[in-house]
Design a protein around this ligand. Structure first.
Ligand code: ZN
Length: 491
């Protein structure tokens, strides 16, 4: 008997040692950062940088504001288009410029070989408004396009006029140099992205579809160089969005008899609704490592500190440990699950009156792999109370498809990043916000999201925030990147 126990213990020890050996070997055998596949030559574009910055600053001055009520006005968009036509004459003479839908712009630069699938560079012309309550906290006039302290300041400078104008600047300069694209390039500029894109991107996509266009890729905003935003990783990372989350808001409401508060029932409408809300926060949609997360971790692995690298490289064993760590922070949690955000709550009118109605809204951002229907089913199952009415909101987006990590488009983006910013690791990732890119799924094979500006925990606050602005060096980098991307894609 003793011998049997000894043998069993010995076997357990062997298995433990074997597992430990595999875990360590896999950790040590982490492939180094992908070797630069910076094929092709890179000569920075030569152009008058001061003039380019002035042209961009002029575009920031123009109001193209989407509000909660309306997209930018026809007049505002017309003024913006007139400015672009005046500043970029070659583009407007040599290329086909069309206004589509409500002020959307589709610019076609016809390639010599129309058998090659085209490439679409995207951006949006509209900006969010300047909140009057925070206007006094801007240190620069948000509509001045002021250039000072090495920054071009103003609403829309980052989001997303730097993209619109740098793409046009790059094309203008390439035209001047006699560049003729091999494949067709499109520039597609939506006019109401901040409101969902119905008037701009959706109209452009309908036109492309009607013309039978199917692009290899669209490249939109949604990724950037980040520094200090990935825990445990130092230095710049080029985060390229390969998918974006879906969106649905769910309204919960409870009707009750109301009446005087001196003789209340055991639960008021508020109590019933609160219970449902507490349950929904306690029992969230399950966490999982979607292909976007595994692609990101595979790219990050060589940069991570040893314990994190061990977990990332041994997901077969430590996947749940990794998920547990990610769940601890809001940004990590958003990476691994459909998030539950309870955003509005309304009930009651007076301290001695029982409410007749209570309602609340919960905003879900849906992980690729989950669905709107799945979210609704989850809410019904968790709430499980017939007194609570559950209603999905009108705006519903399924998560986008995930673009392949070995696709031609991502190779082109990676090549361009490595030429323009040598040595910066390229990391595919999941965009947790919504962009116009997902509208282009029916007319493109890959949808990628990257603009080459640098974001830190401080500068990321400038998006939709106070003192929006882009460093001059970043704007010039956007021009170089756009030009080099066009040369790589269509040279
Ligand atoms: Zn944007």
């Amino acid at each position: 008997m003793k011998n049997v126990v000894k043998v069993a213990l010995g076997l357990v020890l062997l298995v433990v040692l074997a597992v430990a050996a595999v875990v360590l070997l896999r950790t040590w055998a982490t492939p180094p950062l992908a070797a630069a596949d910076a094929k092709g030559s890179y000569t920075p574009l030569k152009f008058d940088q001061d003039q380019a910055v002035a042209r961009f600053a002029g575009a920031v001055k123009l109001h193209t504001v989407s509000t909660g009520e309306a997209p930018p006005s026809t007049e505002d968009l017309a003024a913006f288009h007139a400015y672009l036509a005046e500043q970029f004459p070659r583009v407007h003479h040599a290329l086909q410029v069309e206004e589509v839908g409500h002020g959307g712009l589709l610019i076609t630069w016809k390639g010599q070989d129309t058998s090659v699938a085209p490439v679409i560079l995207m951006a949006h012309q509209d900006t969010v408004p300047v909140d009057p309550d925070t206007r006094a906290r801007w240190t620069r006039d948000p509509w001045s396009g002021e250039v000072s302290d090495g920054v071009i300041w103003g609403r829309g400078a980052l989001d997303d006029k730097a993209s619109v104008v740098s793409i046009l600047e790059a094309a203008e300069q390439l035209l001047q140099q006699g560049f003729e694209p091999r494949r067709t390039l499109y520039f597609a500029f939506g006019s109401d992205e901040e409101r969902g894109g119905e008037g701009g991107a959706v109209a452009i996509v309908a036109l492309l579809k009607q013309r039978g266009v199917h692009a290899q890729l669209v490249l939109d905003e949604g990724g950037a160089y980040t520094n200090g935003l990935m825990p445990g990783v130092a230095g710049d990372l080029a985060m390229v969005g390969i998918a974006e989350k879906g969106y649905v808001s769910v309204k919960l409401s409870v009707q009750a008899a109301g009446g005087h508060s001196s003789q209340p029932p055991p639960q008021s409408a508020i109590g019933i609704l609160s219970h449902a809300l507490v349950q929904l926060e306690a029992k969230q949609m399950p966490a999982k490592l979607a292909p976007t997360a595994t692609a990101m971790f595979d790219a990050l692995a060589p940069l991570l500190p040893f314990p994190a690298r061990m977990a990332v490289r041994n997901r077969w064993l430590l996947g749940s440990v990794l998920i547990g760590e990610l769940e601890k922070t809001p940004s990590g949690n958003a990476m691994v699950r459909t998030t539950t955000a309870e955003t509005t709550f309304n009930a009651g009118v007076k301290d001695n009156v029982l409410p007749t109605v209570a309602n609340a809204t919960i905003n879900f951002r849906i992980l690729p792999g989950d669905t709107v229907a799945g979210v609704l089913e989850h809410v019904r199952r968790v709430v499980a109370d017939p007194r609570v009415t559950i209603e999905p909101g009108q705006e519903q987006n399924e998560p986008s498809p995930t673009s392949p990590i070995d696709g031609e488009g991502l190779k082109l983006v990676r090549q361009t990043i490595q030429q323009v910013s040598p040595g910066v690791p390229v990391v595919p990732y999941l965009v947790t916000a919504a962009t116009d890119a997902s509208h282009y799924v029916p007319v493109s094979t890959e949808q990628l999201r990257f603009v080459p500006y640098h974001l830190t925990p401080t500068t990321i606050q400038r998006f939709h925030g106070i003192d929006e602005g882009i460093p001059v060096s970043d704007y010039l980098n956007c021009v170089q990147f756009a030009a080099q991307f066009m040369r790589n894609a269509a040279g």
